[in-house]
Design a protein around this ligand. Structure first.
Ligand code: T5A
Length: 246
């Protein structure tokens, strides 16, 4: 049966990326359009969009889901932090500076927020649905390890065992280029110095399943670059087993 996938708009807690602007990772299956992935038992691809703040991750992640859906591949958008859960609520309070937490405690909560969404990720992948995720464990490590006394190795520990993405699209911008897109907001971490350390950490995490993309181009130009990479990944997943992180 041909099916097309949309992401349901729903009322959300403020600031929830997969929800704050009305998007969350729930599926509506719409009749009519042919669906390439899934129909032959092939799993979905796991694709992560990463980068420092304001590099255009959310904009591009949404455009990729739309592009795949319009081209007969089922796809769903998820994002981290997923602020709609109880753990996500604490994270939201921390990011908006309503509460303070020990650096290790908040790091573990960011990780727990991913683990609690793992069954949903697996469900989609097994159903042949590609999952595009706006931030993942790499954000967890790059941001936490930018704090004094937090090592990359320690920060990796709590995400060890999560599925390793088929593809990480790392949208790279200098903090100065990111600032040209408007002042950093009032959330924690939104300063040029902190973002510079985060960027250094990301570059230490680059692996062979990553694509480092110069994000200093227009929304449409960037989308064209990304969609060419993504469609190849989605169509070549075949029966490749998903690895695990670290
Ligand atoms: N965090 C997250 C951790 O510390 N640990 C973790 O484990 C995780 C998962 C919140 C914070 O949490 C930290 C990282 C973050 O500091 P978030 O909710 O994803 O994470 O962050 P936000 O601050 O909400 O989002 P970003 O600032 O990262 O923005 P995006 O998604 O990169 O950018 P986007 O698409 O929203 O665009 C930003 C602006 O730029 C414009 C857009 O219109 C928008 O105004 N824009 C462009 N302008 C010019 N050219 C382009 N190509 C553009 N693309 C977008």
């Amino acid at each position: 049966m041909g099916a097309d996938c949309l992401i349901r708009k729903s009322e959300e807690s403020k600031g929830n990326k997969s929800g704050g602007d009305g998007w969350r990772g729930q599926l509506i299956i719409k009749e009519g359009k042919s669906n390439k992935s899934g129909s032959d038992g092939q799993r979905g691809a796991l694709i992560v969009v990463e980068g420092c703040d304001r590099t255009g991750k959310s904009t591009q992640a949404k455009k990729l889901v739309d592009y795949l859906s319009e081209n007969g591949r089922q796809a769903v958008l998820m994002c981290f932090p997923e602020r709609s859960t109880q753990i996500g609520g604490i994270i939201n309070g921390y990011l908006s500076k309503d509460c303070n937490l020990d650096d290790r405690a908040i790091h573990l909560l960011f990780s727990a927020n991913r683990w609690e969404q793992l069954p949903l990720i697996q469900l989609h992948l097994q159903a042949g649905i590609t999952v595009i995720i706006d931030r993942y464990a790499f954000s967890g490590v790059a941001f936490s390890a930018a704090k004094p006394g937090m090592s990359l190795e320690w920060c990796k520990g709590s995400d060890s065992g999560l599925p390793r993405p088929d593809l990480v699209l790392f949208l790279d911008l200098t903090p100065a280029q990111a600032e040209e897109r408007g002042d950093y907001g009032t959330e924690r971490y939104e300063t040029r110095q902190f973002q510079a350390r985060v960027r250094e950490n990301y570059h230490k995490l680059v692996d062979d399943y990553w694509k480092v993309i110069d994000a200093n181009r227009s929304i449409d130009e960037l989308h064209e670059v990304l969609r060419a990479i993504v469609i190849k990944t989605v169509d070549n997943v075949e029966d490749k087993e998903l690895g695990t992180l670290w």
